[in-house]
Structure formats: C-alpha cells, structure tokens
Design a protein around this ligand. Structure first.
Ligand code: 4PW
Length: 384
C-alpha cells in the first residue's frame, strides 16, 4: 500500500479484517507499506499491521511478494503509480477520484485494459457503494420497487473547513487534489446516484464557489484535521459545487457537495423518487434506508425506516445479529472483501477504472459548466 494517512488507515483496517468476517478464496499478506518519510512510515506500518516498509513506490514494482498495489495517496500521484503498477503486472486498487484530470483517467483506463489482457485487474475505491443500505437501494430499484426513476437528489455535506483559519491542506490545493468539494466528496455522490439507479448522467449545469480564498499554510495535518503556520496561501479549489443533471433514462437530478454545511459532518444523502415509490438514505444514519411504497393503502402509507442489518441484507450477514449496526470502516472492509473474491475467482472487480473515468468526465463537465457561467455541458459516454 502507498500512503498511510486517513485512507491508508481505513484500508489497512480493511485488509486486516476482510478475511476474518468474509469467506474469501485468497488470504491477503500485508507485505509492505510505502511512504516518503522512513521513520513515519515505519511507525505507521507497526501500528497498521504491515510487515515491511519502502520509501520509494517504484521499489514495490520490483518486489515478488507484491501482487497488488493499493494507492491511498492524493490524486496527483494516482495516474503515475497506477499505470506503472499495472504495466509491471500488479493488480491495483486506487482511491477515488480516479485521477485529477480526464486525460490522466483515460491513460489509466488504457493501462487497465492492457493489464486485463494479461489477467491483471484494477478497481477504483468508491467505498460507499458497499454500505448495506446503498446496496439494498440498488437492488430495490433494479427490482422495480419504486417504478420508473424520475428524480435523483444527491448531497454530500461536511463542515470541516468552515473556520477560515483552518489550514490549506492538500485537499484544498488544485495541483494535489484536482478539485475541492467537487472531486473529493461530489465524486462519491455522483457515483452513488449512478450506482443505485443503474443509469448514467448525460449532461449537467453547474455553479461552484470558493468562500475562503486564503488560508494559513499547514504546519501539520492528519486526515481532516490540521494545525496552521503564520504564512498564508491561496485556496485553488471550490468550497462547494452545485449542479443539476439529466440521466440517460429520463430522470432529472440535483446535486450539492460542500464543506461549508455547518453542523453536517458526513451527510452523504441520496433520495430517489420513482413512479411507484421512493428511497432515501443519509450516511449519518448509515444502517437505515427509508422506503415509501406507493402501492400501500394511502391510509397507512408513509416512509418507513428499514433497519438494514438483517442477515439477508447485502454484506450484513457477515457481521453481527440484527440491529447491531455497522460503521464507516466496514465500507472499506466490504470493498476489500469484494476485490479479493473477484481476484480469487477471476471476476472483473467493480467499480472499474472505466467507471472511475466516467465519474471524472462528470466532474470535468461540472467544472467546465461552472467556469462558463452554468452553461449546459454534455457528458461523453464511456464503454465498459
Ligand atoms: O472520500 C472522502 C474523503 O476524501 C471521505 O469518505 C470523507 O470525505 C472523508 O474524507 C473525505
């Protein structure tokens, strides 16, 4: 694995746990953790459970005990590492968004296709697909339980940079992250909206804003917290992105991604209204899915809360008795379990790099629309 901060810790936990709760055809060996700072990487490896360290990711390509490279670094390094890894015959799991630009994402898809021909596979880490309630929502929509999808409403609301003195961490720098709230959290809600509906966006009209234009340079940072220095620098990404869109199947959609929704910590919300019912999800209550069934007697019909912890629900049966609930970290464990199962059985892991490129095309269309004063931008189709 390359990187050991927030995502690195989440993925490490998943690599350690997946085989203990899911019956998998292969057992992961956490061979090596890679980071630029030797001491910090050694201490992270000891804490997170990796048995050796490297300080140059290129060394991973030459090691026989490395069969898969998990990329948990900021977006500016995804393309270079992923392409080199795939070309060297290593499977790749890459954090989202797949890349910082569409061109990088296209090159990654080309590398993934070359590699697939040699039995080498890749996957992009849209972990929220593996929330049991989200996987259940997808099943219900596919079964026609809400009829024809008309509206998709997706928001991802956070507030961790609402303080103008919060430092200029890498997630606020375009050269490192590609974009701001748009790519970091908007990418998730775009992916989920398309995943649960089984449909794709064909065009968007957008608006972005950067409320705080300068911030203290970071002195130290870890995950979503940081301390600042006395020097200041320019924020080069969006603080919020709002957009409307059209799906190929005829549904219309509204999206909002922001890190300025004071009081909202990780409110990844999705509501889908169909001709025969509706579904609603909020990650802050991630074990629940709200379902309105339009076929019920109007006298007693209403949104009801499904507690998605039954053994028959996606992923839930591998864990605890009904009602005992899962958390954020389980989404990564499910991701790794699915990946290992696919690698063991020869199935194609999903979401693929092509899926990652498709989300990148939506992000790019949103950014272009916002720059052009909200004009409509069509989204190119991607073949799977
Ligand atoms: O992928 C996302 C991040 O980059 C996350 O799930 C939450 O928002 C936590 O950090 C950011």
């Amino acid at each position: 694995m390359v990187g050991y901060a927030f995502m690195g810790a989440a993925h490490s936990q998943a690599w350690r746990t997946a085989g203990r709760f899911f019956d998998l055809p292969v057992e992961p060996d956490m061979a090596v953790l890679c980071g630029r700072d030797g001491d910090a990487t050694r201490s992270a490896a000891a804490k997170l459970g990796w048995r050796s360290v490297e300080t140059d990711w290129k060394q991973l390509l030459t090691r026989d005990d490395v069969q898969l490279i998990d990329i948990c670094t900021p977006g500016d390094t995804h393309a270079e590492i992923a392409i080199a890894a795939l070309d060297a015959g290593k499977h790749v799991l890459c954090e989202k968004p797949l890349a910082n630009t569409v061109d990088e994402a296209r090159a990654m898809v080309a590398a993934a296709e070359r590699a697939r021909a040699r039995g080498v596979h890749s996957m992009v880490g849209f972990n929220y697909r593996r929330v049991p309630a989200i996987a259940l929502a997808r099943q219900l929509i596919a079964q026609g339980r809400i009829g024809e999808v008309r509206h998709v409403r997706g928001t991802y609301l956070q507030d961790w940079i609402v303080d103008p003195e919060f430092p200029l961490v890498w997630r606020l720098q375009k050269d490192k992250a590609g974009s701001g709230a748009l790519g970091d959290i908007g990418a998730h809600v775009i992916d989920l909206a398309q995943f649960v509906t089984g449909d794709r966006l064909t065009g968007v009209s957008a608006l972005t804003e950067t409320f705080v234009k300068q911030r203290p340079l970071p002195a130290a940072s870890s995950g979503l917290s940081a301390s600042g220095s006395t020097e200041r620098g320019e924020v080069t990404v969006d603080d919020t992105a709002l957009f409307i869109g059209r799906f190929g199947g005829g549904a219309v959609a509204g999206f909002e991604a922001t890190r300025f929704a004071t009081g909202r910590k990780n409110a990844l919300r999705l509501e889908v209204n169909g001709s025969a019912g509706s579904l609603a999800f909020d990650f802050e209550a991630m074990n629940e899915l709200s379902f309105f069934d339009g076929a019920e007697d109007p006298a007693t019909a209403g949104f009801r809360r499904i507690l998605v912890t039954e053994p028959t629900h996606p992923y839930a049966g591998a864990w605890w008795p009904p009602g005992h609930g899962l958390g954020y970290e389980h989404t990564f464990t499910h991701e790794i379990a699915d990946l290992l199962r696919d690698l063991g059985t020869g199935a194609e892991p999903s979401p693929s790099f092509a899926d990652g490129l498709q989300v990148q095309l939506v992000l790019d269309a949103v950014a272009r629309s916002a720059e052009a004063g909200s004009g409509w931008q069509r989204i190119e189709e991607v073949n799977d």
